[in-house]
Ligand binder design. Sequence first.
Ligand SMILES: [Zn+2]
Ligand SMILES: [Zn+2]
Length: 382
Amino acid sequence: MNEFDQKLAGIRRAFHRDPEVGFNEVRTKAKVAQQLRALGVEVHEGIGVVGVLRSGDGSRTIGLRADMDALPIQETSTHDYVSLNEGVMHACGHDGHMTMLLGAVELLANDPDFDGTAVFIFQPNEEHGLGARAMIDDGVLLQFPLDEIYAIHNLPGAPLGEVSTRVGQICASESLFEIKITGQGGHASMPHVGVDALTIGAEMVQALQTIVSRKLAPEAGAVVSVTEFLTDGQRNILPGTATLKGDVRTRLPQDREDIERFMRQIVDGVAAAHGARAEIVFDTEFIETINSAAPTDGVIQAAKNAGLEVIGDRQPMSFSEDFAHFCEAVPGCFLLLGNGTTTPYNQPLHAADYDFNDALLPIGATLWAQLLKDRLPKRKNI
Ligand SMILES: [Zn+2]
Ligand SMILES: [Zn+2]
């Protein structure tokens, strides 16, 4: 390891030892801000931390984003930088994401071979899908209007440093729903004088299955899962209320809107058929992450220029990412970067024995810097 690689490993391990969950990233934010200041970069501290580096007089601005939060998981590894915080762990590699971006800031600050403005966005609370939205609602994109935005996520089990991405949808949406049925409770021996919310709920559970199987195109790849069914009934008490809860995943915004519409139709229809009332709350926590064409081509080019293997048409990921909110507002690209094929670097994200691969830090930092320079090229002297 050279000095730069060692420095990055030290920064990453310090983050790893002291993980903080979403919206509690107090010490993490302080560390990020301190590192940015040490590199001579303009720093803005708010809901997240933003660093700004300008070079030349170009008007274009590119955003590079890293996430900062950890997960409520008890780490099981025994290495010497294991989490010191009981029940909290960097199990998604966000310690590495922050460090790769800080490494890129150092490379770019030392060699500002670009023309325009680089905005380094360190966002809180990715895991609950709230941090990106919070920063956008707080005006980060008004304060720093971006032409393009990018994010890297490590990918366990993929070869070290292999870049993979695609144009269009890359991560799924996640919506949670809750259906409240109100009938009439009563005596289990006299159902005819009540309105049994459980039977009505059961009919809804069955009918909801037809949304994916009969109303969406077979290739939609959507999921509607009812995961909880709660009533106020007991052995001899006819339930007067029932609550169904569940989870919806989609690849396209149109499918998500259609599912919500069909769900309301079914629920209202079944409730009306039995003289009950029903209400639905449909709350989209993560929208679909959609990569734009030009930024994605830029990532593929930058990866090649950085000497990395690249897959430009990978399969979409089944997980969700709140970077989606940035991609909705600004043309962007979310890319995966191979974390390596050996244990523990091939353990799944969110596993208690997962670890970010320190060997990936300089690779990611170099890729970030390459991408920034490629997207903000210096004008050639004529
Ligand atoms: Zn995660
Ligand atoms: Zn993550």
